[in-house]
Design a protein around this ligand. Sequence first.
Ligand SMILES: [Zn+2]
Length: 285
Amino acid sequence: MSTRSPGLRYTAQGLGDRIHLISLSYEISRSKGEEVTLHLAKNHVDGRKKTSFLEILALFPKDFVEVRFHDYEAKGESDWRNYLKSIGVDAQSFAYRDYPGWLEAPSDFDVSPYLLDRHLITPSCSHFLELPEKFITAQWDSSGIDRQLSEIAIGHIENRYQNNGYQIVHVGGQSKDQMLRECLGCSAVAIYKSTFFAGVDSGYLHLALQIKEPPQIHFYSERNRYWSHHAFRTIKMGCVLNYNSDNLNWFEFVYLKLRYNSPRLLKLVHLVKKLVGVEKHETHD
Ligand SMILES: [Zn+2]
């Protein structure tokens, strides 16, 4: 279940969710020296999601992560777990205890330590991809409106990179290059070859985290944006916050962290928002 939206089933809705789940399985596998199987129910892989999971998996070295699709609809945390138990899978539930969600339920183990020091991957793709000599990769089109920056803010940020001699190569939906819009492998290669990756809390940030050293990743957000646990962890890992913009000072960051790290305060905020009718939830974590 979602730890932020009441009653919402977590189904790896966004590309970032799916990349993150494979990354997480990969990191656990590397740490434990055992293959990790990611079990997915029918409602985790509807539409294009099955193909998407396999496309992501293909970017990783073999024999660390296996993905198993089940012809079963998971109705919730315990239902899904009971189903897996009934077919002989001793599934464990996990949480991110470094930045718990305000609806966090008790769980078996904490996965946050596995995410800090990544075993980086070297992606490749068989497509021909033409890239500039000196460039950065960027993604600004997050599916969550609350994570996006204004056109003006993005313009300022990109100008500063350009003034320093970098061309901007967008990855994902906003790219001018068809391969970078449609082939995840090509985007991964572009991210790998770029000097920096710049972006908001979105799908390709999760890919960049598995490909680049943290100082080469420039994460952008503002004080009034939605901050996920991924956003805080990205900074904890050593990625650079707002490298080419000065929208957030140190005190504001401390305030944001305090707000997120105080479950009681957060619950109160949600309660007040609900009472005045402005409570809204994103459809994925
Ligand atoms: Zn490709």
